[in-house]
Design a protein around this ligand. Structure first.
Ligand code: ADP
Length: 170
């Protein structure tokens, strides 16, 4: 077997990564992944991407507005929207690294399939996974949407500016 050669120091890139998702809405689970990513990357594009398997609750404009409002004084976070394939965005911007979070086993199966497909389309593509913090392992945007519908207390799961917006939409 041919031994792989190690990349040189110059090839090491930790300037920017993309964190794609629906963010419908932004939760403390997302924020935990963002915070942890910033230990390894100087800049992070939080990319609001279309997920055809999910029916959106908030419009793209509402999600952009909330993310921009939340991160308004942090120049490391760049909020963007993309309507096509994630790998096309990454290729176009020359950002080969994408961040995802892993909660339960079912997340893994889906992520594994997506990662293999993305690598086939864009050979430089890499995905880095952060294991969910135990405190947020049960937390998802879908769960927050259920809570809104049934008038539950969402303040445990989303930051105040998001909660205020969602409470108006009840
Ligand atoms: P998508 O529709 O792409 O799954 P989401 O907004 O639901 O978008 O999630 C974006 C990313 O954040 C995914 O990788 C998801 O696994 C991760 N994520 C969401 N909630 C949590 C959480 N509570 N803990 C860890 N990762 C999470």
């Amino acid at each position: 077997m041919v031994e792989p050669s190690l990349p040189s120091f110059e090839e090491c890139s930790n300037e920017k990564a993309v964190y794609p998702g629906s963010f419908d809405p932004l939760t403390y689970g997302h924020l935990d992944i963002i915070k942890r990513s910033l230990h390894y990357f100087q800049n992070l594009v939080v990319l609001i991407a279309e997920n055809r398997k999910k029916t959106p609750f908030l419009s793209i404009e509402e999600r952009v507005g909330l993310l921009q409002k939340y991160f308004h004084n942090d120049s490391r976070i760049h909020v963007e929207v993309w309507k096509g394939l994630l790998v096309d965005y990454m290729k176009q911007k020359d950002i080969p690294v994408c961040i995802r979070g892993l909660r339960v086993l079912s997340d893994f199966e889906n992520e594994f399939q997506m990662a293999i497909t993305n690598k086939q389309i864009y050979p430089d593509f890499e995905v880095l996974f952060f294991m969910s913090n135990m405190q947020h392992a049960n937390l998802s945007s879908s769960m927050v949407k259920e809570m809104i519908h049934f008038q539950g207390n969402i303040r445990l799961f989303v930051p105040d500016i998001v909660a205020e917006h969602l409470e108006k939409r009840r």
